[in-house]
Write a protein that binds this ligand. Structure first.
Ligand code: SAH
Length: 193
């Protein structure tokens, strides 16, 4: 049964990649006009890549994390796998919403617009919410403490070193429009009050 979950994690990883691919290609065509801490950003993206790509591959192709296996039931793992399918659908939807404004690092693109529609009406960083769900779920599907904790830490590192800088950059670029937007929205979850 372990094999089925290993194959599932690999396949879903490539589905995430396939969803992102056109935006990655498109990005090369659009000039940026401002970017922030490029070196730090590239390092952060690399660290996140370790936990969200390399470690799941090592888990799938080897048994080096075998001693960190957790005892999550088949149904628990299956539920996490199902939620991961929803997560990838959500990933697709957010990319469509953000469109040409998406970037793997912090930057302002030529003709960038502030997106406040769809899920962006309620949350400023829905893609980051989605990434938290991704790393949380992949560790449960793998039922492996190393995959789980390393994934959470590597994504967490990118998240915490980026999100405040991102809001600073957006404030610089969009000024009062972003300030007002911040008042109406939550950072990664909708504002309740
Ligand atoms: N933090 C967002 C976007 C991640 S992609 C999310 O979680 O959904 C990172 C790029 O998105 C940054 O380079 C930034 O310029 C851009 N960006 C972030 N929020 C945006 C918004 N509301 N509208 C347009 N671009 C945005």
């Amino acid at each position: 049964m372990e094999k089925v979950f290993k194959i599932f994690l690999l396949v879903i990883l490539y589905v995430y990649g396939a969803v992102r691919m056109p935006y990655m290609k498109n990005r090369d065509k659009i000039k940026y006009i401002k970017n922030k801490n490029t070196k730090l950003e590239k390092m952060n993206v690399f660290i996140a890549w370790l936990g969200m790509c390399l470690v799941p591959h090592l888990y799938a192709f080897t048994n080096i994390f075998g001693k960190y296996a957790m005892k999550i039931t088949f149904w628990g793992r299956s539920l996490a796998a199902f939620l991961m399918i929803l997560d990838v659908v959500y990933f697709y939807y957010i990319h469509r919403e953000l469109s040409n404004n998406w970037s793997p690092i912090l930057e302002i693109r030529e003709n960038q617009k502030l997106i406040t529609s769809g899920v962006y009406k309620y949350v400023r960083h829905p893609m980051y919410t989605q990434c938290w769900a991704w790393v949380f779920l992949q560790g449960i599907v793998a039922s492996n403490a190393f995959v789980w904790i390393f994934g959470l830490l590597s994504w967490g590192f990118l998240y915490f070193t980026r999100v405040f800088n991102e809001e600073k950059l957006m404030l610089e670029e969009f000024g009062d429009e972003y300030k007002e937007y911040m008042n109406k929205t939550g950072r990664i979850l909708p504002k309740i009050f």
